[in-house]
Design a protein around this ligand. Sequence first.
Ligand code: C2E
Ligand code: MG
Ligand code: MG
Length: 602
Amino acid sequence: MRSKHLTAVAAPLDAPCNKAAEGTATVLSAAVLDALPSPTVLLDPDGKVLLTNSAWEAAVETVDDDRIDGGAGIDYFTMARRACGPAVGRKIVDSLRALSRGQRASVAMDYSLEHPAGTHWYHLQASRVDQLGQVVVTHTDVTDRVQAERTSAWQARHDDLTDLPNRAALHELIDAELRRPDRPPITVLFLDVDGFKDVNDCLGHEVGDDLLRQLAARLAGRTRPEDTVGRLGGDEFVVLCRDCDTAGAEALAHRFRSIFDEPFDLRGRTARLSASIGVATARGGDPSGTRSTDLVRDADLAMYAAKRAGRSRIRVFSPDLRAAVQQKVLMADELREAIETGQLVLHYQPVLHLPTGQVDGVEALVRWQHPERGLLLPGDFIAVAEEYELIDPLTRWVFGAATRQAAEWAGLGLPLCVSVNVSAATLATGTLVHDVAAALAASALPADRLIVELTETTVAEDPQRAAAQFAALRTSGVEVAIDDFGSGFSSLGQLVNIPAGVLKIDRSLVAGAADRRSQSAAAIAAVVALAKACGMRALAEGVETVEQLALTAALGCTFAQGYYIARPMPADELRRWLQERAAIGNRGRRASPAARVSSTAR
Ligand code: C2E
Ligand code: MG
Ligand code: MG
C-alpha cells in the first residue's frame, strides 16, 4: 500500500538533483518515515500529502471517519479543517504554513478528534524538511496521557468521597467571585452536621462515609444552578451562593436545613440528624480586600455560634463574633504564660464528713491571679484552656500544686484528702493516669489522699474510656468522684458500671431541697440509694443553709460541701479556719453536724 503512495506522489526532497539521487532520497525518506511509530505524513508547502508511513495508513484504515481520507496526494489542510473543526483546523494549517515558510522552527500542539467510541487526543509535532518547504508531521495518540492528566486535575479539585468540589476548589471559586468587578453580593453558607462524631464513633467510619455521601447528594439536589456546593472536609460543607445578600442567604440556609427533615438510612438504621449553619456575606460592589479565607472563616465562626446556641440553628455572622474569638486567642496566650509564670493559684473548699462532723478533705479549685483583671474564676478561663489545648498543662499544674499542698498539710499533722477536677479533654488525651502518678511521686503524698473528680457529663460522653481510666486510678489507690451528678441527663443505669467511690450531688438538686417532701429531696434520696447500691458514698454539693445541711445528712449523704460550711479559700486561710474550728470543737460545743459548722461558716 505504501509503495502505491510512493509512486503516486514521488517528489524531489532536495532540488536540483538527478533522477537516481531523487529515487534514492525518496526511498530513504520513506524508510525513515516508516521507522516512526506514530502516524506520519510528508507534506508539500501547499499541504499536499507526499508520503505517508505504515502507522498512518494503519490508523487511517482503522478510523471509520469520512472526514479523514489519508491517501497520498490528498490535501492535508482540508482534511485537518474537516476533522478538527474550523478553529483548530485553522490553527494547524496556519502553523504548518508558517513552518513551511521558515517562519517558525517547529510545531507542537495537542488536538482532539471525536470518534464514535469517544474523544481521542493527539500530539501533533512537525518540522521543516528542506528549503522547498516540505514538512513532516507526526501524530501521536496521547489519549491515555491526556485522560490521566484530566483525571488527576479533576481529583485535585474534587473530594474523593462525595465528588463535590474540595477545599482548594471552593476557595478558588470564591476568590474568583470576590475579584469580579461590579459583582453582586455573595454569601457563603457553612454547614456542619450536629453530632456527626457520634455516628462515626457508634456506627463506624464506613457508615459515617455513607452518611456524608447521602448528605452531599441531598445538598447538591437543593443547590441552585448558579451556586456551588463543596465539602471542606469531615462533616463540613460550604455553599457559595452567587448574587445573594444576607436575607436571600438565610432563606437558602433554611432550604438546606430542611434536607434534614427526612431521616437518613444508615445501613438499615433510620437516623434523624440536624445541622448548624453559619452565614457570611460579602457586600456587592468592586473587589474589596475580602478573601475567600476571610469569608469562610466568618461563616465558620457563625456556624460555631449557631452550634453553641443548640442544634439545628442558623446564625448570621456579625463582627462581635470575630472580636470574641480575638479575645479568646489573646486570653489563651495570656493563660499559657500564666501557667508558666505561676499566676495560677488554688483555693480549697472544705468537705465535711457528716457522720463525724469532721473536715477530712478539701476540693482544690483553680483561680487565675490575672495581673490586670484580678482574681479570675475557672468559669472565666477553663473553656479557653480546653479549646486551646492548655488544659493538660493546667491540670498537671493543679495536680502538682494540690498534692504538694496536701503533703505539706500532712507534715503539719493535718491529714486532709484533696480533690482535683479534671476536664473531659484530659480524659480524652489519655495522660491522666500517668500525670496523677507523676504528681504523687513528686509530692510523696499517699495515693489514698487524692481524689480525682470528673463531671457526670464527661463520664457520660465516653463511659468506656472513663471506666478504664477510673479503674486504673483506683487500682493505684486514688479515689474517683463523679461531679455535678444531676446536672446532666445521663441515665442512672449508665453509672452502675463506672468504678467511682464518691457521687457528688449537684447543687441544683440540693438548692431545691426545702424539706423531706420536696421533689428535690426525693431525687436526692433516690441518688443516695443508687450511690449506695453501686458502692459509692454520696456528697451534697452547694449546701448553703443549715436546713440543707440537716436534710442532706438525714437523707443519707456521707459528705457535704458548700458556702454554709465554708467558701473556697487560699491554703493559709484554710489552715487558720481549721485551727479555729478545732478550737471551737475542743471547747466541746455542739453535737450535730449542722450546729458544729454553723459558727464557722463564712
Ligand atoms: P465544681 O467542681 O462543681 O466545684 C464547685 C463549684 O461550686 C466551685 O466553683 C465552688 O466555688 C462553687 N460552690 C461551692 N459551694 C457552693 C455553694 O454553696 N453555692 C454556690 N453557689 N456555689 C458553690 P468554682 O470554683 O467557680 O468552680 C467552678 C467549676 O470549675 C468547678 O465546679 C469545676 O468543674 C471547675 N474547676 C475548678 N477548678 C478546676 C480545675 O482545676 N480544673 C478543671 N478542669 N476544672 C476546674
Ligand atoms: Mg468538683
Ligand atoms: Mg461540682
